[in-house]
Design a protein around this ligand. Structure first.
Ligand code: C5P
Length: 228
């Protein structure tokens, strides 16, 4: 009888949650703490959206967009602070605009596009481990993940944080507009038919409305210590 043990799979920590909740900050810190690879799946949809906008395509031009999705050479190198790179270019500024956010949410509601991007996202699971954030990391892309976190906060608080972030960067911002745009994306992400935003079964749900980022990181590392 064979006694060959099944090789342990590369550990994955998923962090899902709504727009503007601070998933990126938490996930990058966790990647640095554990020396794991990092995947910002929102940046995957945003990078594709920026290509769609650059070519003046509309979300209904599915064949063209699915084809573009086959050619996304994305990386998030630690030596560049986990910023999004397309080929050799850092594309962070291009993909964080409100126009790009809205287009990302629209194309993300299309199942053929989500399917095409699955293999790319899965390819980030490499030793010694992966920390990833998005909407469906724990439910669809890495359902076998060892640690699943669902980070939440009220829409008011998320809009407030985004407002402060922009003002601190010297960028003018309108709170009411930010609130409306975040709640519109929430609505689309939670109600879509394919991979809607929902906490994965067994996920540890943390409401960060009243917490600082350091408190969230402390609570998350305690939870990971108990789970990995
Ligand atoms: O996380 P972020 O706000 O950068 O994501 C941009 C958009 O991409 C989201 O509003 C959502 O519609 C989509 N997205 C998704 N699934 C993911 C990550 C992001 O549908 N795993």
């Amino acid at each position: 009888m064979s006694t060959t043990a099944k090789p342990a799979s590369v550990p994955v920590i998923t962090v899902d949650g709504p727009a503007g909740v601070g998933k990126g900050t938490l996930t990058k810190r966790l990647a640095a703490i554990y020396g794991f690879h990092y995947l910002d799946s929102g940046a995957v949809y945003r990078a594709l959206a920026s290509q769609v906008l650059a070519r003046s395509l509309v979300p209904e031009q599915l064949d063209e967009i699915v084809h573009l999705a086959t050619q996304l050479a994305l990386s998030f190198p630690p030596e560049h602070d986990y910023q999004t790179m397309l080929g050799n270019n850092i594309i962070e500024a291009d993909i964080r605009t409100e126009t790009c956010s809205a287009m990302a949410s629209k194309i993300a509601a299309q199942q053929p596009i989500r399917e095409q991007l699955l293999a790319l996202q899965k390819s980030f699971q490499r030793a010694p481990g992966l920390v990833c954030d998005g909407r469906d990391m724990g439910t669809v892309v890495f359902p076998q993940a060892q640690v699943k976190i669902f980070l939440d906060a009220s829409c008011q608080e998320r809009a407030q944080r985004r407002y402060k972030q922009l003002i601190d960067q010297g960028i003018s911002a309108n709170f009411a507009h930010l609130f409306d745009s975040i709640s519109a994306r929430d609505q689309l992400d939670r109600s879509r038919a394919h991979s809607p935003l929902v906490a994965a079964e067994g996920a540890w749900v943390i409401d960060s409305t009243e917490m600082t980022i350091e408190e969230v990181i402390g609570a998350a590392t305690d939870y990971i210590k108990r789970s990995l």
